[in-house]
Design a protein around this ligand. Structure first.
Ligand code: ZN
Length: 464
């Protein structure tokens, strides 16, 4: 009995020591991260044209709350870095993100693939450089205000990245997923094609992915969370600056966790609108619902994020469908529709200047691999929900944090289904984006192929 007892104790002790070792190893690895967070106010200081709705008639009138650019800087044990910049803006065009990236490379030695620019696509933030500027019909003074604001943004984003790098301290990362239900598909088949309305039966992605950043003693330092729904609760009649539902969600979360920072990134929200919409109280209610969904994820089990960090940013050339002929564009100048008129003028100017219209556009696919515990994929443009549903199935090996509206917002990115169906996201919006016409039919295959290529490369070089 005694011997058996002793053996049992020994076996239990070995098991205990093994468990302890395992815990120590896991903890040590998880704590090899360094993370830093910072935020900077980017609220405009003068009345300025607000982005996203062509029908607005005058510049902004004050703000509901401040809007921000924020940054999360991450570094693994081998000093591989990734900085994620988030913002309450309609989007970072490449005309904005590339000059900032160059400054970040000069000042902080951050390679281009180590910086990811994202925005919430709020429709109550200023127009920025080369984002549909021509489509609003601005006066030269108003255009000058847009450029002034864009320059201020460049400085503020450099400042916020500096702040995040300076804030770097040992951290633990974990990932989990929740859900929020206010996003609805907005493509409805009408008698004259697809229109924007409420389509309860259409595809949506209600997932709320959350990356949690903890400091010493498990102190919550911040979260990055995502949702795939347009920040368009506030419609074109609103002239006050705000972050829409995503702004309210960040405010609600930070209020509940003083000293922490909440960073929002937008998912494949191209064809999803919040519902109900058009009143400020709706934006606030959606924000609170989203913050509560994040809270619920934090209270549940989350999986540790460990391993080495690998990053890559690559481009795939997307082709446009054959453009309209010069005669057709000239005929459009006589049409009543101001949008079509302005677009035709722009195309004709391009034809005169360059002798042709662009046939392709370099489309950015950004990815980061966190060991075997998390894959981050960030796509450019206004990506529709079909990509989200497809990529989640096809990249099921690791948990996936998928975002869109990243690095450049050059157009909607329809799936083949949406492209063929037409409507605003299928090709109608290309007029406002100043593109020659819809994408060619291989758009979905080219984007998805590039995603697989980039992710495969990162996972192959990652042995941990
Ligand atoms: Zn949009």
């Amino acid at each position: 009995m005694v011997i058996v007892g002793a053996m049992r104790i020994t076996i239990l002790s070995i098991a205990f020591v093994l468990a302890l070792n395992h815990a120590a190893r896991t903890t040590a690895r998880e704590e090899l991260w360094k993370a830093g967070l910072a935020s900077v106010d980017i609220t405009p200081t003068e009345p300025i044209w607000l982005a996203g709705y062509a029908a607005r008639t005058h510049p902004s009138e004050g703000a509901v709350h401040p809007i921000y650019a924020k940054a999360l800087a991450l570094e693994d044990s081998r000093k591989n870095r990734l900085v994620i910049v988030t913002s309450d803006l309609l989007g970072f065009t490449r005309a904005l993100s590339e000059p900032i990236a160059r400054k970040l490379e000069q000042r902080f030695k951050l390679r281009r693939d180590q910086v990811l620019f994202t925005s919430s696509h709020t429709h109550t933030a200023p127009v920025v450089r080369e984002y549909m500027v021509f489509a609003y019909g601005l006066t030269p003074e108003q255009e000058a205000a847009v450029e002034r604001y864009s320059r201020m943004l460049e400085d503020r984003v450099v400042e916020v990245v500096r702040g995040a790098l300076k804030d770097m301290a040992p951290a633990r990362l974990s990932f989990g997923r929740g859900e929020a239900g206010f996003g609805v598909n907005r493509r409805v088949a009408g008698s004259k094609g697809y229109v924007i309305d409420v389509n309860d039966a259409g595809p949506v992605d209600h997932e709320v992915p959350v990356l949690r950043i903890e400091g010493k003693g498990g102190r919550l330092r911040g979260v990055i969370f995502s949702y795939a729904c347009h920040n368009t609760t506030l419609t074109g009649e609103f002239y006050q600056v705000s972050g829409d539902y995503a702004g309210f969600a960040q405010v609600a979360f930070e209020k509940k966790h003083p000293g922490s920072r909440a960073l929002f990134v937008l998912g494949c929200a191209g064809d999803t609108n919040p519902y109900p919409r058009s009143e400020l109280k709706h934006a606030e209610a959606h924000g609170v619902e989203l913050a509560e969904a994040v809270e619920k994820v934090l209270q549940g089990p989350m999986s540790p994020v460990s391993g080495d960090l690998r990053t890559a940013l690559e481009y795939t050339m997307l082709s446009f469908a054959p453009p309209p002929a010069k005669e057709e564009l000239e005929a459009r100048l006589q049409e009543k529709d101001r949008g079509r008129q302005r677009h035709a003028r722009r195309m004709l100017d391009m034809l005169q200047r360059d002798g042709r219209l662009p046939a392709q556009y370099p489309y950015p696919v950004h990815a980061a691999q966190f060991g075997k515990s998390l894959t981050l994929v960030a796509l450019g443009g206004e990506v529709v929900v079909d990509y989200s549903l497809r990529l989640k199935k096809e990249l099921s090996g690791n948990p996936l944090l998928l975002m869109a509206y990243a690095n450049d917002v050059m157009a909607y990115i329809p799936s083949l289904r949406v492209l063929k169906e037409g409507g605003y996201e299928g090709g109608g919006s290309m007029i406002f984006y100043g593109r020659p016409g819809p994408w060619a039919e291989d758009v979905e295959e080219l984007v998805v192929k590039k995603v697989h290529e980039v992710v495969r490369k990162l996972t192959m070089t990652n042995d941990k």
